[in-house]
Design a protein around this ligand. Structure first.
Ligand code: WT7
Length: 631
């Protein structure tokens, strides 16, 4: 593969090239793809607007790159290995030929159900292989997919469907996850009560559980497939047409529908996949994420398939039937590159190492991590017990918004360093800023992370709210992209991500805005106001601590705490439930009425000896009260 960097010197050379002349650099990379029409200009951008366009005037269909172009050379090679939730069910090996056929057939199902180019299709499905098929089928006909993670509640699902005015919903009767079954159809039914734009719901049968049927809306996936053939030409897409929308939480209210476009996203996810993991022809690659997150979009589906790789899709959870499952699957499918999240590593590291040692992991060549900072212990456990000290670890820093990996070592090419994401990928220019927004010139420094230049897979806007896109990412530090993270840089230029600098908490690798959780808690009839902060947690990385003020006369008890957790679970999803709920008489506020979260964070983290200056508070007396009653 011509996209791959093969030595440290080459990395340095390519990096230099990518910064000096980004247009030439990316044009050369882009030559390795199938375009229906080449670009007339590589890059046009103005981050004061902000506006970014890549491969202007080019036409393509990403599925021709992920499927059609491999048919001649590797039609019979496995594209997707699907590993079911239960080890007693058989895994599926889907070849490129078969995947192509399934995608084309389902694309025809979508067309038969009224989906046209540009229509939004919401996908709320478990990790069955058909989820990948559905995503690609949308792309095949130019429909915009909006995948909603199947752990989200009906309220969260409805909000996302309505925000994008989706026309069709793809769901399933239920989903298996460990020893639980999620009643996806029931949840979707509840959501659809408030989703007037949905005209059809196509239901995949997975669990065989009983479902309520609405004949004017619902059709069965397998029945629809009987009506179509597998001949479906790929729609011609402009490079800057929308490929998908994916929601991420923000520090205020509504989730943000990040918009990714066809050309740049394809080029960057493919390039980064091949370089970071150093994927070689014939390797088996496994990313344990769910396709409901960006990691699954970019590095289960698009990047690997466009590279002609064999990608593993896992329906289940790391703890089922026991905490050895990941390693059992690695052995069974002879996995070469394994990509997971620190929260999973920490959870597994709590269990006896026999659960790892008893499996043959000798095929592993590269380990990866993503989603949050990885602590030193977890890094070493991963290195010692899983990688047996012979696998480079790529700690990949990126975001839903960035579309692809931004800072990471390239396995075996650039050096890894525990707890450091290390160096930027070619094309990425990170900088550290001080609080006044000035670029820090010293190599060794700590500050606010920002990116100075455009790269192809940057999200182009927030669906329906370009102003918010500008405010959140391009206003704090003009002419820079602001990701919301802090970082430090060592003397060699390696970056270590220190965590969020805004009101987003990463819990078990899930990006959660505190504001929507507070809004949910405040919905409870007995609650006046609340504040939610993160605090360090052994396994989850961070957990949520909620401070809640109740109305006069309410006697708060465990029952109320339970009800509050339920409200949060119903509104957002179980992942957002606070671990701790402390009932308080007041919240520390500034004179302008803003909650002083810094103080609440310190109390939650047990750092009460060092609260900093509280003199500017409107109500300093509540602080002691909060400390005295800390959980
Ligand atoms: C936030 C983005 C990228 C897919 C998964 C999460 C944190 C992500 C790392 C890492 C330290 C990381 C950041 C980032 N994060 N990767 N390797 N080291 N922190 O995507 O939900 O959009 O969250 O996750 O805080 O801003 P996301």
């Amino acid at each position: 593969m011509t996209l791959q960097i093969r030595s440290l010197e080459e990395y340095q050379k390519e990096y230099q090239k990518s910064i000096e002349n980004p247009a030439n650099f990316w044009a050369e990379i882009a030559e390795n793809f199938v375009w229906k029409k080449k670009w007339s200009k590589v890059l046009e951008y103005d981050w004061l607007q902000p506006e970014t366009k890549w491969f202007l005037g080019a036409q393509l269909n990403i599925t021709e790159n992920c499927l059609d172009r491999h048919l001649d050379t590797k039609g019979d090679q496995t594209a997707i290995i699907w590993e079911p939730n239960s080890p007693s069910e058989e895994a599926k090996h889907i070849s490129y030929k078969e995947l192509h056929s399934q995608v084309c057939a389902f694309a025809n199902v979508l067309k038969n159900n009224g989906v046209k180019k540009g229509d939004r299709v919401c996908i709320y499905m478990p990790m069955v292989a058909e989820l990948a098929v559905a995503v690609l089928a949308c792309a095949r006909i130019g429909a915009v997919h909006s995948v909603v993670f199947a752990g989200f509640s009906s309220t969260a699902l409805a909000a996302r469907i309505n925000d994008a005015a989706c026309k069709v919903l793809l769901t399933a009767d239920g989903g298996f996850r460990g020893d639980k079954i999620t009643p996806l159809k029931d949840i979707a039914d509840e959501a659809l009560k408030t989703c007037p734009t949905i005209q059809k719901s196509i239901v995949y049968k997975r669990t065989n559980q009983e479902v309520t049927w609405n004949p004017s809306l619902d059709v069965w996936w397998h029945e629809e497939l009987e009506k179509v053939d597998d001949n479906c030409p790929a729609e011609v897409m402009d490079s800057e047409d929308i490929l998908f929308i994916l929601y991420t939480s923000g520090s205020t209210g509504k989730p943000k529908g990040m918009v990714h476009t066809c050309g740049g996203y394809m080029v960057y996810t493919t390039y980064s996949f091949q370089n970071v993991f150093q994927y070689k022809e014939g390797d088996i690659y496994w990313c344990t994420a769910d396709i409901g997150w960006i990691t699954g979009h970019s590095y289960i589906v698009y990047g690997p398939l466009s590279s002609g790789a064999t990608t593993v899709m896992f329906e289940g959870v790391p703890s089922y039937p026991d905490y050895g499952r990941f390693w059992e699957v690695c052995e069974k499918h002879k996995v070469n590159q394994f990509y997971t999240a620190p929260t999973a590593i920490r959870a597994l590291a709590k269990h006896p190492t026999e659960l790892v040692d008893k499996y043959n992991l000798s095929d592993l060549k590269v380990l990866g991590t993503v989603g949050e900072p990885i602590n030193e212990e977890a890094w070493h456990w991963y290195d010692d017990h899983v990688g047996k000290n012979k696998c480079p670890i790529v700690d990949t820093w990126w975001q839903t918004e960035t579309g692809g990996m931004m800072i990471s070592s390239l396995a075996g090419i650039t050096k890894d360093k525990p707890t450091f994401a290390t160096l930027p990928l070619p094309g990425i220019q990170p900088v550290l800023l001080d609080n006044d927004g000035n670029e820090i010139q010293n190599t060794e420094a700590e500050g606010i992370l920002a990116i100075k230049n455009p790269w192809p897979s940057l999200a182009r806007t927030i669906y329906g709210d370009h102003q918010r896109y500008k405010n959140v990412y391009f206003s704090a530090y003009p002419n820079h992209y602001f990701p919301g993270d802090g970082a430090l840089r060592d003397g060699q230029g390696n970056y270590r991500i220190t965590g969020r600098v805004d009101d987003v908490v990463i819990v078990s690798g899930h990006n959660l805005g505190t504001a929507p959780i507070e809004n949910a808690i405040n919905e409870h009839e007995k609650v006046v106001e609340s504040a939610v902060v993160g605090f360090p947690h052994d396994i989850k990385g961070n957990a949520l601590y909620a401070y809640v003020i109740t109305y006069d006369g309410v006697v708060p008890d465990d029952e109320l705490a339970k009800e509050i957790r339920q409200v949060v679970s119903n509104t957002i999803g179980p992942i957002a439930k606070p671990d701790k709920i402390q009932f308080v008489s007041g919240l520390p506020k500034t004179r302008s009425g803003k909650i002083m979260r810094r103080i609440l964070r310190k109390v939650a983290a047990n750092e009460t000896s060092n609260l900093g200056d509280v003199s500017t508070l409107l109500n300093p007396e509540v602080v002691q009260n909060i400390i005295d009653n800390k959980l």
